[in-house]
Design a protein. Structure first.
Length: 180
């Protein structure tokens, strides 16, 4: 078990900010602090022990109190996590631009891979619509479909930018005065 699972559990009981932070990159540090608040100083604050504690309604109240007391700090961590994700996206685009500037050529492997994923995705969609699948191969076909759908989403996000919700997050970050 890891802090990501604990974060999901916290979010499922209404502690979305705390769950986001505990399930993110700062999860270990924040999880340990949360564990101390929920279990006490002398207890082992592993993800397993915190997860067990979150099952108790009284402990959930303590966690809600912890979230309310540390709302500002938790929101800052959420913003930092989003900034890290956006920086990662920007680095990928900078790599492509830098490569093209250094060599004077486009990276055709990138475009080839993108076209293979898009063509494969739509080809498989067409096959699923127009052709009946053999009963014994549906698991493999649907696993391939999930992989191609994920790749298609990544290609779309890379070439056409982030989603509307990410744009709204960026606007929120700008309104709070946080530098991107």
């Amino acid at each position: 078990m890891d802090w990501l699972e604990v974060g999901k559990k916290l979010a499922s009981v209404g502690l979305t900010t705390l769950g986001t932070v505990v399930g993110g990159p700062a999860g270990g540090a924040v999880g340990a602090l949360l564990g101390k608040a929920l279990l006490g100083d002398g207890e082992d604050t592993t993800p397993e022990n915190v997860m067990k504690a979150v099952g108790d309604p009284e402990t959930i109240l303590k966690a809600k109190q912890f979230e309310m007391e540390h709302t500002v700090e938790l929101q800052k961590l959420v913003i930092q996590q989003e900034q890290m994700r956006l920086a990662d996206v920007a680095d990928a685009r900078k790599r492509q631009v830098g490569s093209e500037q250094a060599t004077g050529k486009r990276d055709y492997n990138l475009y080839l891979l993108a076209w293979v994923l898009v063509t494969g995705f739509f080809g498989l969609v067409a096959m699923l619509v127009f052709k009946e699948l053999p009963k014994d191969s549906t698991g493999v076909i649907f696993m391939l479909f999930g992989t191609l759908a994920t790749g298609f989403g990544s290609v779309t996000n890379y070439f056409f930018g982030s989603s509307k919700s990410s744009q709204q997050k960026t606007e929120l970050l700008a309104k709070t005065g946080v530098k991107q």
